[in-house]
Design a protein around this ligand. Structure first.
Ligand code: HEM
Length: 485
């Protein structure tokens, strides 16, 4: 028995090194030793995967390889190689790596977890619907939602509750934008007033991201026979139970002449699509894409901005002066989206926040659809590609003192690397919510910092700026002291 075991171990090791050597000779990118079954996953620390990959980047360079379980994976770590792959060679790199759990979530019908012709069609429909609905709805929607948020925070301040964990309220603000954008509905800020079915949907969407990020059988194929996906299926059912009736209602009551929300535009766009490849049924999966993709990412950026500007009080004052200078008059005059260019310092703060703490630090996995060459290395067809946006935007070759929060780096026009911010990725697969999210950050950020001052309860202690990878790249939970300007 022991001999048999030894022979098996020897054979596995032999096959593994044979493959390893063959690839190296073919100019495959370098990387750490991969073990049988788990590959190089032992190198990634849970909750700190971005930091583990950053360490490997420092050791192996801007293009390195590692196996995620059975999947050959290449990690791109600097802006130039990400641009080279996703933008300059986009036809070879636009496909998504579809893992087993992605199929359960997207049912081969959503945006994030589909590819080739279906994805091109659905992404086209999404882009048109976003543009058509956006111009009519956005600014009003932001103003109304901010007002509700503002009233809630002021109520907290009146009840002498000026030190708060602001994350849940920022999440609700961001959720409400997508929710009303999709369905013309919003939820209250008070926990006890939120209807149970919506609360359950929110919890399910948070659980979804956690479960997806911790699904070993996605990569380790030998575990698949033992994986029932019970939890994932249950989460998807809970989400669908909430979304589907809402979509059905909009389909039934649609007034084609006066579409009222994004879903109405989406229905019209799908109906007008001559090939009829996309079915109305796909709308519920698109909604889940947008609600899940659009809530925590944007709220995490706002939360980071509050944290950084509380650690850098003088920058917060500079920001406040810029907003006041541009909105002289009444207290309740707020910047409009078309005036964005009048706020160079504010825009620089947003860019710097997204640079230093990209909310989706490792993007979503792509797949190389044909043999290609990136950064001088050969990447074989079928390889999984991860864009390490965290390392790319904290890269010393591109940004001086990258770990310092310094918005001024984006004001200095002599800095030729100003545009290398890839937090939303790049190429055809670029985040479709980029414009919406940037508008949201401008609209809410300027209003928030005009109305409130954020500070640290303990003046002698700075907030920890090291990020943890939870649902998004989040700060460690912190209490902020809020006062009225
Ligand atoms: C600060 C906010 C946000 C950041 C940093 C962010 C970042 C990203 C990144 C890095 C990707 C992966 C792109 C790739 O595969 O190369 C992505 C994809 C995606 N994002 Fe966002 N996102 C944000 C907000 C939003 C919003 C507001 C929405 C919805 C309205 C959204 C919906 C999506 C969807 C549906 C995808 C999948 C796209 C596809 O596969 O074609 N995101 N996002």
């Amino acid at each position: 028995m022991a001999t048999l075991l030894l022979i098996i171990i020897f054979m596995i090791t032999f096959i593994f090194y044979k493959n390893f050597d063959k690839k190296r000779k073919n100019n495959y990118p370098p990387g750490p030793i991969n073990l049988p079954f788990i590959g190089g996953l032992y190198k990634l620390k849970l909750g700190k995967q971005h930091l583990s990959l950053d360490e490997l980047y420092q050791k192996y360079g801007k293009v390195f390889s590692i196996k995620f379980g059975s999947y050959d994976t290449v990690i791109l770590n600097e802006p130039d190689v990400i641009i080279e792959a996703f933008h300059l060679n986009s036809t070879s790199f636009m496909d998504r790596m579809i893992l087993p759990s992605f199929k359960i979530v997207g049912k081969n019908q959503n945006i994030g977890f589909t590819q080739t012709e279906y994805w091109k069609k659905i992404r086209g429909i999404l882009n048109v619907s976003l543009t058509k609905s956006k111009t009519r709805l956005l600014e009003n929607l932001f103003n109304q939602e901010y007002l509700r948020f503002d009233q809630f925070i002021k109520k907290q301040l009146k009840s002498k509750n000026d030190s708060m964990f602001i994350r849940p309220y920022l999440k609700r603000l961001s959720f409400n934008i997508i929710f009303s954008y999709l369905f013309n509905e919003t939820i209250p800020y008070e926990d006890e007033l939120i209807p149970k079915d919506i609360l359950d949907f929110i919890h399910a969407s948070e659980e979804l991201l956690v479960v997806l990020s911790q699904m070993p059988s996605d990569y380790i194929k030998v575990l698949r026979p033992f994986e029932s996906h019970k939890k994932l299926n249950e989460i998807c059912d809970r989400m669908s139970k909430f979304i589907k009736p809402k979509v059905d209602k909009r389909v039934e009551n649609l007034d084609e002449e006066t579409p009222k929300c994004f879903i109405d535009y989406l229905i019209l766009q799908i109906r007008s699509e001559p090939s009829q490849v996309i079915k109305i049924e796909a709308i519920q999966y698109i909604c889940i894409d947008l609600l899940v993709g659009g809530t925590d990412s944007t709220s995490s950026a706002l939360e980071w901005m509050i944290l950084f500007l509380s650690n850098h009080d003088s920058l917060q004052e500079k920001l406040y002066s810029e907003i006041c200078k541009n909105t002289i008059g009444a207290d309740d005059i707020f910047p409009k989206l078309i005036e964005k260019n009048n706020y160079p310092f504010f825009n620089a703060c947003v860019k710097e926040t997204l640079r230093k703490s990209p909310p989706v630090p490792l993007g979503l996995p792509h797949k190389c659809s044909e043999d290609a060459e990136i950064g001088g290395y050969i990447i074989p067809k079928g390889t999984q590609i991860i864009s390490n946006l965290y390392s790319a935007s904290n890269c010393e070759k591109v940004f001086t003192d990258p770990h310092e929060f310094n918005p001024l780096r984006f004001i200095d026009i002599s800095n030729i690397n100003n545009n290398n911010i890839l937090s939303f990725s790049i190429g055809p697969r670029i985040c479709p919510g980029k414009n919406l999210s940037e508008d949201e950050l401008f609209s809410f950020g300027t209003k928030l910092f005009k109305t409130f001052k954020f500070s640290r309860p303990n003046k002698n202690q700075l907030y920890d700026e090291v990020a943890v990878l939870g649902i998004t790249l989040e700060p460690k939970p912190f209490i902020t002291k809020v006062s009225l300007r």
